[in-house]
Design a protein around this ligand. Structure first.
Ligand code: ATP
Length: 354
């Protein structure tokens, strides 16, 4: 396994700058995610690492070795595609063996490595089947085995779970994590699915319009979004217009529904107009007699979506619309028209300049 460094990576297609001066370091053995909306340049980055795209500017290092202008086969990187890309006329075993045959690996070793790779993805019983005799999830497992069998330094995965149904996608998330932990290879994984990235990644970058928006562990990016784009793309949020009122030792956020004591507003200047992001699960329902405790506000329930284990409510607080998410109570769920008391913990709001 190798580390991967992208230095000022830039790729243009005509007038479109698909990747714009990207600087990233992926540690050896990491399961690293490239996350972002459609068209933000994730696949282009992956294809540059694989060698299918040659960057216009910048460099790619595998450890200390520059690879950006090497042919794909000179990089020891293997790719797993969204559509599996298995050869339909070959059995599962032959599909997995193909990369070893090209590398002229001897028969005995080839047999051993194919069996080991199929065992890794729990497909050893299917070696004689053809791809059209497998489910989508099984085909994707074979594609992963085919990538791993050549013992690559890097495995690149391009939306590998997009063609699977919701249940299988969940199963395969933990399968890929298990395989990554067992093999220990550096993996770079492209997705637009924030849940996939949050639940699987060691670290991730969020891309927007070819550029790096934010980098970090999933919990870092979720809890401390660097920009409104990051706050909105990764998870749900409420954006609230506020004005800063400085007080000794901190700041208050003046919102339409009242003043919020906010730990994260310290650096903004007095009187500044800001946008603050508050996650729906950080809008807490308190008992109606919760009184006038700090950061407690009156609200009215506009609508409720009951989801079994959780309940989502849209609230009106002083004319501001607020989404709230909470674990469902054992008793009566909320109803539209209910009067509610809510609390926003001081550590919840993330403040952005307007
Ligand atoms: P998606 O999630 O939809 O696959 P993406 O984030 O992977 O999107 P890319 O496929 O990297 O985005 O594309 C980035 C930009 O570059 C887009 O505007 C796309 O239209 C453009 N682009 C990508 N490949 C080419 C190409 N071969 N020729 C011209 N433009 C391209």
């Amino acid at each position: 396994m190798v580390s991967i460094t992208l230095k000022n990576l830039t790729k243009r297609f005509g007038s479109v700058t698909a990747v714009d001066r990207l600087n990233v370091r992926i540690a050896a053995g990491e399961l690293f995610f490239l996350l972002g909306p459609s068209g933000c340049g994730k696949t282009t980055v992956l294809r540059c690492i694989a060698g299918f795209n040659i960057p216009d500017e910048g460099e790619i290092l595998f450890d200390d070795k520059p690879v950006a202008r090497l042919a794909p086969q000179a990089r020891n990187a293997a790719m797993v595609f969204q559509n599996y890309a298995l050869w339909p006329h070959m059995t599962v075993g032959d599909n997995v063996a193909y990369g070893l045959e090209v590398r002229k690996v001897g028969k005995t070793e080839l047999k051993y490595r194919v069996a080991k790779a199929l065992q890794m993805v729990k497909m050893e019983k299917y070696a004689e089947r053809f791809p059209n005799e497998l489910s989508g999830g099984q085909q994707q497992r074979v594609a992963v085995a085919r990538a791993l069998v050549v013992e690559p330094d890097v495995v690149l995965l391009d939306e590998p779970l997009s063609n699977l149904d919701a249940k299988l996608r969940l199963e395969m998330r933990s399968e890929i994590r298990r395989i990554h932990e067992t093999v220990g290879v550096t993996m770079v994984y492209v997705t637009h699915d924030q849940k996939e990235a949050l639940s699987m990644a060691d670290r991730l970058i969020l891309m927007n319009d070819g550029r790096l928006e934010q980098e970090g562990a999933p919990w870092e990016v979720y809890n401390n979004p660097a920009t409104p784009f990051a706050a909105e793309f990764i998870g749900e949020t409420n954006f609230i217009k506020c004005r800063i009122r400085k007080i000794s030792g901190g700041a208050m956020l003046q919102a339409a529904f009242g003043e919020i004591q906010a730990a994260g507003a310290g650096s903004a200047s007095d009187g500044a107009d800001v946008i603050c992001s508050i996650r729906p699960e950080h809008v807490e329902l308190v008992a109606p007699d919760g009184g006038d405790a700090p950061n407690t506000f009156a609200a009215k329930v506009l609508s409720v979506t009951y989801l079994g284990e959780t309940e989502q409510a849209l609230l009106d607080a002083g004319g501001e619309r607020l989404k709230m998410l909470r674990l469902s109570p054992r008793g009566r769920p909320l109803h539209a028209g209910d009067e509610a008391k809510i609390r926003i913990a001081p550590e919840s709001p993330v403040v952005f300049p307007k």
